[in-house]
Design a protein around this ligand. Structure first.
Ligand SMILES: Cc1cc2nc3c(=O)[nH]c(=O)nc-3n(C[C@H](O)[C@H](O)[C@H](O)COP(=O)(O)OP(=O)(O)OC[C@H]3O[C@@H](n4cnc5c(N)ncnc54)[C@H](O)[C@@H]3O)c2cc1C
Length: 403
């Protein structure tokens, strides 16, 4: 029997899950096109940026796919030929499909703010966190004192997690570098009137209190207008800093406009009740205009539902409508404290931190069998420094992990 050819574009949360759902089924031949041989576990990237193990966030795709019989092409997809039903990569390789699934994720948006791209750090990829970490340590080596201010821009989950863990990490590495008695200043800047504008108001208030308790200065209604090598301009006033971390903006992947996809008003790809954007073309995860797009659990859920529908396609059954699942929001803020919420439920503190640990395990178990998921989960607990000076000092000086 001729196999149904599925080409999946994007090796992140949605794409890898869709590949795993279909790869074991011999009615399908599955090809995954992606940009990197590794999977990035974004939720713990901020932890890796602040002394956590790289292996806790960056996982080789081969760990998931070994023996699964699918084809992985590490080369960015560039064009779709709808007539010939092929996807072509940057180096010209063509992948023919009967059904295609797109899950390319989002990219950073600097909103055209002058100097920001040049003078800010990001924590959205392995490369970005390496640069950020190197900067923190090099600065301590060269100047033997912390920066005047460390400024995190963006009062969403990523900015909050980073700002909450940063004071503790800075104190830890200052100690390792032999710098004592210096205060660190961490600012969190948000343009909206409150933190977490997409989540309930009370959660934003509690988290703001928690951040203040950790010594983080929170500025709301504060608009970033420009950045230079020495300062960030916020609502007309400069904040002196050489360490600005931009977490405040993302935009949909340019692949979709470049290839003539139908784009909704919010910039995401318009999809129907089956997550199709056109016949035989499905869009999932961050790229799709669905109610909870922008969260890892949504991408996983989307992938499961599209895979289930493709099984219907090959057996000639009608497709099932997309079911919306409200994901949990779990946001760690400093050591052994997290806010966890879903619907009307909220919990803050140690129980939240426990739920965060549990949700990490569940997330890994979505991709790996129980034992392997446990090994991967355990990577979240270790510490690792690439700075030679810190590595020499490490023994006996344990960093409190941020959750
Ligand atoms: C720092 C950070 C922290 C986060 N924390 C959380 C959290 O705690 N909880 C939560 O629910 N969500 C969190 N998210 C959001 C979550 O990670 C995303 O919603 C999820 O990754 C979306 O999955 P996706 O498959 O749509 O895209 P991604 O996981 O981003 O995957 C996209 C993939 O496409 C690949 N790609 C890009 N361009 C091309 C191309 N041209 N051709 C082929 N492949 C390409 C990329 O390399 C990547 O592998 C976080 C995001 C970030 C950035």
């Amino acid at each position: 029997m001729k196999k149904h050819r599925v080409v999946i574009v994007g090796g992140g949360f949605g794409g890898v899950k869709a590949a795993l759902e279909l790869a074991g089924d011999d009615r399908f031949s599955v090809t995954l096109i992606t940009t990197s041989p590794d999977f990035t576990y974004y939720p713990s990237l901020y932890h890796t940026a602040l002394g956590g193990r790289r292996a806790g966030s960056i996982i080789p795709l081969s760990d998931f796919f070994e023996g699964k019989g699918l084809t992985v092409i590490v080369d960015p997809a560039e064009t779709v030929d709808r007539k010939a039903k092929t996807i072509t990569t940057k180096s010209g390789e063509k992948a023919p499909y009967d059904s295609a699934i797109f899950a390319l994720g989002v990219i950073t948006n600097y909103f055209g703010i002058p100097g920001l791209e040049e003078f800010s750090f990001g924590i959205k990829s392995d490369k970005e966190i390496k640069e950020f970490k190197k900067h923190l340590h090099t600065q301590l080596i060269n100047e033997m004192k912390p920066d005047l201010n460390y400024v995190v821009v963006g009062g969403g989950p990523t900015g909050i997690e980073l700002a909450g863990a940063l004071p503790g990490y800075l104190k830890h590495i200052m100690k390792l570098h032999g710098i004592r008695g210096r205060a660190v200043h961490v600012d969190l800047v948000e343009a909206n009137p409150r933190l977490l504008p997409r989540l309930p108001r009370d959660a934003g208030r509690v988290i703001k209190r928690r951040l203040r308790h950790l010594g983080v200065k929170v500025y709301t209604n504060a608009r970033v207008e420009g950045a230079s090598a020495d300062a960030l301009t916020v609502s007309g006033k400069p904040i002196q800093s050489h360490t600005v971390i931009w977490t405040a903006g993302v935009t949909n992947h340019p692949f979709f406009t470049a290839n003539g996809f139908t784009i909704a008003k919010n910039g995401k790809v318009a999809v129907d009740i089956y997550q199709r954007t056109e016949p035989d073309m499905y869009v999932i995860g961050d790229n799709a205009n669905t109610p909870y797009s922008g969260m890892a659990q949504t991408a996983v859920e989307d992938a499961k539902q599209v895979a289930a529908n493709l099984r219907r396609v090959v057996t000639g059954r009608p497709l099932k409508e997309y079911k919306v699942h409200e994901p949990w929001s779990v946001i760690p803020v400093g050591h052994r404290w997290a806010a966890a919420m879903r619907g009307g439920f909220r919990t803050y503190g140690l129980l939240g931190a426990f739920l965060r640990r549990a949700s990490d395990f569940v997330a890994f178990h979505d991709y790996q069998p129980f034992i392997e998921a446990g090994h991967q989960w355990a990577q979240q607990f270790g510490q690792e420094e690439s700075c030679d000076h810190c590595r020499r000092q490490f023994a006996g000086d344990e960093l409190k992990t941020p959750w």
